[in-house]
Design a protein. Structure first.
Length: 351
């Protein structure tokens, strides 16, 4: 469906089918391999990252193919949200507390939408980045206020203002008079934006991400944008192998993940199969899980640790253990019937 929608967009702007061109190039390089969207987009992404065709690529934020697929993903995920069980997500989110951290690779906003409906406060950057003194909180008060939702692959409602700033700087330096009509960051912007953090941060925590990337609240009221230049595209990593290349701000959400792992008393992996082709995620989360399972029965705060819990779709427990070979079977619980009401009943929140 995404590929068909991409073709529609390319035809609308008469771009001579850059997707089809890159498919042809990829097939010439890998004549004995099956064509997949992820492989072709990875090829396109690496070409852009290495600047192999120089100024023939117009955008800093991705190849023409990648720049076009992002708003299409945004459009699809914005519409398909109605097919998701609201009750199921409300049950899950109702169990979250300000001491919980959710790491998600999903581009959609189902979690945020659900938390908003339930009136549960959350932050899209780590709460520990916040400066307690500046927000009037006593330094000895360790009470958390927000559920942390860290979107490690970006989101359909995030936008990076760096590209806007670069364009305006270029126009000023060349003396070109181009009207500033950017709907998000322009002088007369009409789309509201808000930061990912819930207050002033301390030190340098998150400065590259938070100074550049902003969220559009209630995004369905404004999106998707229609632009023949694809200059306003959501900040999300492309659905491709090697997707982390060239997305420096997102790294700050991964920062210190391994320094704080001894505090966890419950880890749940829901709907993520730890694919080896996302090697950076496999290794980062794998190390976290290995240390969690080897860390004993209590965490740093002397709270009991529950076994690792995995909610997935699989034919057998052996299939799951073979797919994630570093798991300790004695310290792992596995639900094989997917995310469901039964899965939520089965989860142990460690309360």
């Amino acid at each position: 469906m995404v590929r068909a929608r991409m073709r529609e967009h390319f035809r609308a702007y008469d771009w001579d089918g850059p997707l089809e061109q890159e498919i042809s190039e990829w097939m010439a390089l890998y004549p004995n391999s099956e064509v997949t969207l992820e492989s072709v987009l990875a090829y396109s992404h690496r070409k852009h990252f290495l600047k192999l065709i120089g100024s023939d690529e117009y955008f800093e934020h991705g190849s023409r193919t990648i720049a076009s697929v992002r708003p299409i993903i945004q459009e699809i995920l914005s519409k398909d949200v109605e097919a998701i069980s609201r009750e199921l997500y409300e049950r899950f989110c109702s169990a979250l507390t300000p001491y919980d951290l959710v790491l998600t690779f999903n581009y959609d906003t189902v979690l945020e939408d659900t938390l908003d409906r339930l009136g549960i406060a959350y932050s899209l950057s780590p709460e520990w980045w916040l400066d307690d003194e500046k927000r009037g909180k006593a330094t000895h008060d360790h009470k958390a206020e927000f559920v942390d939702i860290l979107k490690l692959h970006g989101s359909i409602d995030w936008y990076d203002r760096w590209y806007y700033d670069e364009n305006r700087a270029y126009y000023r330096s060349t003396g070109v008079d181009v009207p500033d009509k950017d709907p998000l960051f322009g002088a007369n912007a009409w789309v509201p934006i808000e930061p990912l953090n819930r207050g002033a941060t301390k030190g340098e925590y998150g400065q590259e991400l938070l100074s550049r990337v902003f969220r559009v609240p209630n995004h369905r009221e404004h999106l998707p944008f229609r632009s023949s230049s694809f200059s306003e595209v959501p900040f999300l990593l492309p659905p491709a192998y090697d997707k982390i290349l060239g997305h420096d701000p997102i790294r700050e959400l991964w920062s210190n993940m391994h320094r704080t792992m001894d505090s966890f008393s419950v880890i749940m992996v829901i709907g993520y199969s730890m694919p080896s082709y996302d090697s950076y995620a496999y290794e980062a989360l794998g190390k976290l899980i290995l240390d969690y399972q080897a860390g004993g029965d209590k965490n740093y705060w002397r709270q009991p640790r529950t076994p690792l819990q995995i909610v997935t779709l699989a034919n057998s427990t052996c299939e799951v253990l073979e797919g994630i070979p570093f798991l300790d079977p004695e310290r792992t619980r596995i639900w094989r019937d997917g995310f469901s009401e039964g899965a939520i009943d089965w989860l142990n929140w460690g309360d």
